[in-house]
Structures are given as C-alpha cells and as structure tokens.
Write a protein that binds this ligand. Structure first.
Ligand code: ADP
Ligand code: MG
Length: 696
C-alpha cells in the first residue's frame, strides 16, 4: 500500500516529464511523496496585497502593478549597468533594480501586469521614490493563477535552476490537490488523538497552501499545528526506530564478563593518581553492564580532560582478563596513535599484546588479530574494513562518538559476536538531544575534573597586541613550560593551512632564536608525527607550531600555553577542545586567542563565550544555539535518517512526546505485528541505515 505510492515517480505527473523530473531530482524530489514532504521555506501573505501608496520602507512587501518602463542604464565611467523596471498601480510608482543583469530585460514588456515582492527602501537621493532591489517577480496569465499565486498566503519554495518559483508552486499545487489524501496515515489513531494532532492529509494541504486564517508567522516559523503534525510524524518514526534498536540489543545474548579484576588492580596500582569519584561511579556502571549476560551499549559523556581514556582502558582490561579481545576506535590517526602510545605505556608491565591499525598501517589485515595473539587493538576506521577479522572481540570502545555514526558503531560491533560496546564523547549535549542521537544507548556522565586542575585563563587579543602575547610566551617558557601555537585550516585547504603553519614556524624561530621550535602537521607520516610528539612530551621542544591535527586527545602536562592564531576561524567546540590540551597539570595555564578583524557576529559571539566560560556543557549548548543541530551534531555523518521537517531545537517538546509514544508502543508491540502498515513505513524511513528487524 504505502510503499507502492511512495515509489510513484514524479516524472509521470501531468506537466512534469523527464526534463523537469531531472531538475527536481537535484533538490531531492524523485517521488510524489518526496514532493508532498518538500515544504515551503517561507510564506508570503498575499491575501492583503498592498497598494503602492500604502507600503512601508524596510518591510518585505508585495505589490501588483502595470509595467510602464523597462530599461537598461549604464553607469557613467564604470563598466556596470542597471536594469530598471518601473511599475504603476494607479496609486503610486515603484522602481525595481537589478545590478549587472541586463539579460533580465527580455523577461518584461511594458503594459504587462506583474507581481513584485522584496524589501522596500527609499532611494537615497533627495526626493527619491520607493525601490526594491532584485525583487521576486511573477506574471499572472491564466485564470487559475490568481487562485494559486494570489489572494492568499502563498508558499515560497527553494527552487532549483531551470524552474521558476511560479512554475514550481503550480506543480506543487497540482500534486497537493490530487495526491495529499493518497497516503494512508500509519500512525496509530490513539497516538494522534492523545497528542491533539490534525489529520495527515489536511496537514499536508495546509503546510503547502494554507487556507484558514492562522497567523502567517506560525507558518514561517514552522510551528503551525500542521507543521507540528508533520514534525511529530518524522520524529515518531525516528524514535520508533531507536526503540526497536534498543529493544533488539537488550534481548540479545551477550558475554558475561566475570573475572576477579586483577588486571584492573594491576593498573590502578601503578597509576600516579587516584580515580575521581565520577570516574569510579562510571567505571562501576560499566563493570556492572559487562557482568550481565547481555551486550552493553553505554555512552560516556565527559568534558575534555576529565579522564575517559583510563576508564576505557580499565574496561578493556576487564575484557582481556576474561580471555577476550578489546578494540578502541578513534576518529583520527593521530588520536589513535596517541591512545596507542599512552595505553602502551600504562599496560607495558602487564605483558599484554597491543596493536595499532590505521589507514597508513602497512598490513591492513593483520593475521595476529584474527589468531587472537593481540589482546588490545587500537585504530581508526581501518578497524571496520571488511577484511579485518578478530578472534573473539569482547569489548568495542569508540572514542569521540560524535565523529562516527550508528552504522560504523554497528560495523565494529559485528566484528564480534554481540560484544559489549562503550562509546565516549567529549561533546556534551543537552539530555533530550543525547536521548535522540544516542537514544539506543545507556548514558553515564563523568561530571568531575581530576583535582588540582587550575582554571585555564582565556584571553582574546587583536593582531596588534602580539607583543604582549610574545611577552607572556617568553615568560612561560623561561619558567620551563611549553606552548602550542595552532594555525587554522584555511578554506578547507590543507595545503594553505600547512603553508601558514610552516611560515608561522619560521616566524617563531626568528622571534625566539634561543627556544626550540617544532612543527607538526597532517602531511607528516606517522613516524614523524610520533617523533615530534614524543620530543614535545620529553620537553625537547619548547614551542610546537601545528595545524589542527592536535585537536583531540593529545596530552602534554607541561604545556601551559595554547596560542590560537586566527581564532575567529575556528568553531566553538573546536576551540574548547584545543583549550583542553593545556591545564593538564596543576600549573596555571593560558589559552590565548588572536582574532583578526573584521569579525562577523557569530565569530564575536563564539570568542566571547570562550573567554567567559570553561564549562563544556554550557559551551556545547551555546554552540548548538548558534550553529543549529544539523551542523553541530553532524547528523548526516552520523548515519541517522535525515530530518527534513523537524528541527531538534525548535521541536524539542514534540520530540519528547514522540519519544514517549514510540517507546511505549514498542513495549506493547515489540515487533509491530499489530501495525503492519506502520512497520512498513518505519522500514522505509530507516532504509539503508540499519536493518531494524534483523538482530545482530
Ligand atoms: P579525556 O576525557 O579528554 O579523554 P584523558 O583521558 O585524555 O581525558 O585524560 C586527561 C589527563 O588526565 C591524562 O593525562 C590522564 O592521565 C589524566 N587523568 C585521568 N584521570 C585522572 C585522575 N583521576 N587524576 C589525575 N589525572 C587524571
Ligand atoms: Mg579522550
């Protein structure tokens, strides 16, 4: 039923055909259903079309008038030109201007009736009239046009080149008119009723072509009852999938790790510190999970530097002592290497066999992992390559979870027979969002920093204040401390970023000829990087100039200065991560940000937040507010279904309601046997991501 209709190609709709279908496909519209769920990005209230004499300056206005002239003017002494359109509606005159687009002229003829909309301004010359630059325009030709495009709240869509706004709107009108009631509502009626949601077909019609007199603002913000209904549906499907995933896992048979914990004790005895209360609590959660005969799926959240690695290592030792292999997967090579070096140092005396496996490893499919000779495997995505075999993977740890997705997590899990899974993230996110993104996981938080850590002093400088910064750098290094100097990625160009770091290094060599300056960047091979990091750690380098390769995880206790060049180009989370590289011991530490003018609003906000707050959770929440959830969480990368309608921030309330309903439903009907059509649409929704109803 549903699936047949959802597959109906858009090409066969009257008036579309292969050419337009090709264009529509560029904006993700391939089927009729895609079109129905392609919502307007804004709405224009044309129900009260204004007279030219009534419109105000600075507002977005829509007027209808007759073209009285359409001419190209050359600007004297310059190579540019303006296409000018003048219309009259009997109450006044409005000028519209397009700069350097002389080809616009062919679209207009004097005497035509045209609808124009855009932001109105007054011409700066004394006595200047009203003008709109680059307005949207439409001609009303057919009778039906005034029904679709005028005298109502009109939808405005993101269109693609080759289809005009008006053509697109007309196509949508046709599709909505003939198909909006063809899709059965698969959500159980009691859920719809409990949440006071309007009917699906009605909602689809209303989000495209609103008919009732609701405030247009609600539509523009995406919070009309009809928008809420569609957001609910989407979030419900999302949560329902998570509920199924979580249920599957809880009912799998897993490994019960029961051993005395001698290896853990062995490590704890040689650690130069005692675990914090929060670390002990989280470790206890993990060990308890591991003892149970079901697979563990636990998320550890904790700010940079709270000490997640040692907890992961203790869990891995628990698995190894019970005779299983453990794997740790990190998002970058340098981080994997760092983990490898650290862990190697910590467990050397326990006689364990470790292996590092990354994209640059010579042998990508080592036999000694398959044979079981290796106890702990540390690596990158290379771990989940098809040919990599384990003998008996018992625990899979994923570091920096937000850089991976459900799919990758699943792939690592499938390297063993229902192994325990531990995922760690330093990107703390608000609880409700965590529930959604990691909604199939149990969650523990390390909410305490090791004692003796001093707050890091964060200061913002302009480029003219460099002497002050160099003074501070000089003082610290003379005290025997070390510094990082980080250069940004420039326009995603690794080359340019590399160049700036190399030049930066030379500049620092000249500035501080008596200090030892090192350079670290992503183009170096593993050995070189390891050597540099090792010399920095051994205090053979005073100032380490680098690109962002050091972003996560790298740990050097004597480094007390983090100098970030072009701080305005970094994201908030990234800045906070970088700051976490210093302040790793009891010494006073500094995070110095140099920002270059001009700063945009976002950059100013980010830098202000950095200076005023050191709290990872607070920062993450603000970052989320500035960037929006899509970019913040990298949902696309995370392998989750795309949210096309709902917005995780705006619709948080709906999310929570949808989550409760979804989890309750799966409790009542684990396999959705009583809801075959819902089950079918659920599988369509999650298609290509996870096989919900195949356990494994
Ligand atoms: P993150 O949570 O950011 O991954 P790490 O695990 O890298 O943090 O730990 C940061 C540093 O703190 C490491 O040098 C680690 O050895 C140290 N550390 C971890 N736990 C403690 C503790 N309880 N007391 C003191 N230092 C600790
Ligand atoms: Mg870490």
């Amino acid at each position: 039923m549903d699936s047949g209709l959802s597959k109906q190609r858009i090409q066969f709709v009257k008036g579309i055909g292969p050419l337009r279908a090709g264009l529509l496909s560029r904006i993700g519209i391939n089927t009729i259903k895609d079109a129905l769920y392609y919502l307007p990005f804004r709405y224009e209230d044309r129900s009260s079309l204004k007279k030219i004499c009534e419109i105000g300056v600075e507002g977005i206005e829509t007027v209808k008038g007759k073209i009285i002239s359409a001419d190209i003017r050359r600007l004297r002494g310059r190579k540019s030109n303006i296409f000018e359109l003048t219309v009259n509606d009997g109450t006044g005159i409005l000028k519209c201007k397009w700069f350097n687009q002389p080809f616009m002229k062919k679209n207009f003829r004097t005497g035509q009736e045209v609808v124009l909309s855009g932001t109105v301004r007054r011409n700066a010359y004394p006595g200047g009239g009203l003008e709109i630059d680059n307005p949207e325009y439409e001609f009303l030709t057919e009778d039906r046009d005034s029904l679709i495009h005028m005298n109502r709240v009109v939808p405005v869509y993101r269109v693609t080149e080759g289809i005009s706004q008006k053509q697109f709107r007309k196509i949508m009108f046709g599709i909505v008119d003939s198909h909006s009631d063809k899709f059965p509502d698969t959500i159980p009626p009691d859920i719809i009723e409990r949440n006071n949601l309007p009917a699906l077909d009605h909602s689809i019609r209303q989000v495209h072509f609103p008919e009732d007199n609701l405030n247009t603002d609600l539509f523009n913000k995406g919070i009309s009852p009809y928008h809420k209904r569609l957001s609910f549906d989407e979030l419900f499907m999302f949560e329902l999938g998570l509920a199924v995933l979580k249920r599957n896992k809880n009912h799998d048979k897993g490994i019960a790790f029961n051993c005395p914990g001698n290896m853990q004790k062995g490590l704890l005895n040689i650690l130069p510190f005692a675990l914090t209360g929060a670390q002990k609590r989280v470790l206890a959660d993990i060990i308890r999970d591991m003892q149970r005969p079901y697979p563990m799926h636990r998320l550890i959240q904790g700010d940079v530097g709270c000490g997640k690695t040692v907890i992961a290592l203790l869990a891995m030792l628990n698995a190894v002592e019970c005779g299983y292999q453990a794997a740790l997967m990190a998002p970058t090579e340098i981080l994997a290497e760092q983990h490898y070096i650290n862990i190697h140092r910590m467990v050397e005396h326990l006689g364990l066999k470790l292996k590092l496996l990354t994209g640059s490893s010579k042998n990508r499919y080592p036999d000694n992992i398959a044979s079981g000779e290796i106890d702990i495997i540390i690596g990158t995505h290379a771990l989940i390559q098809e040919g990599v075999m384990f003998r008996n993977l018992g625990l899979a740890v994923i570091d920096e979870q937000h850089k991976f997705g459900v799919m990758q997590r699943t792939l690592l899990r499938k390297k063993g027979r229902n192994p325990d899974v531990l995922v760690m993230t330093a990107t703390p996110i608000p609880r409700s969002l965590a529930l959604t993104l990691y909604g199939d996981l149990d969650c523990s938080v390390i909410d305490e920093m090791p004692t003796g850590r001093k707050q890091i002093i964060t200061r913002l400088f302009s480029s003219s204040q460099k002497p002050e910064i160099y003074g501070l750098l000089n003082d610290e290094i003379r005290k025997g401390k070390q510094a990082y100097v980080v250069y940004p990625a420039i326009e995603d160009s690794e080359k340019a970023s590399l160049k700036s770091a190399i030049q930066g290094k030379e500049a620092f060599v000249k500035l501080f000829p008596e200090f030892r300056i090192g350079l670290l960047h992503g183009r170096m091979n593993t050995d070189e990087r390891e050597n540099i990091m090792a010399s920095f750690k051994d205090r053979k380098i005073d100032i380490l100039v680098c690109t962002t390769v050091i972003e996560v995880g790298v740990d050097v206790p004597d480094a007390t200065v983090m100098l970030i060049i072009h701080a305005e180009r970094f994201g908030l989370a990234q800045l906070h991560q970088l700051r976490g590289r210093v302040g790793r011991a009891a010494d006073k530490s500094y995070c110095l940000l140099i920002a270059y003018e001009p700063l945009n609003e976002d950059a100013k906000q980010r830098l202000d937040i950095m200076v005023s707050s050191c709290d990872g959770f607070g920062i993450a929440e603000k970052d989320l507010a500035i960037r929006g959830p899509g970019e913040f969480l990298g949902i696309k990368q995370a392998g989750m279904p795309d949210l096309r309608i709902a917005d995780l921030i705006r619709d948080l309330g709906i999310l929570e309601a949808a989550r409760t309903e979804a989890f309750n439903l799966i409790d009542r009907s684990p396999e959705l046997k009583e809801f075959p059509s819902l089950k079918e649409s659920l599988e369509v929704f999650w298609k290509g991501r996870v096989d919900l109803f195949i356990t494994g």
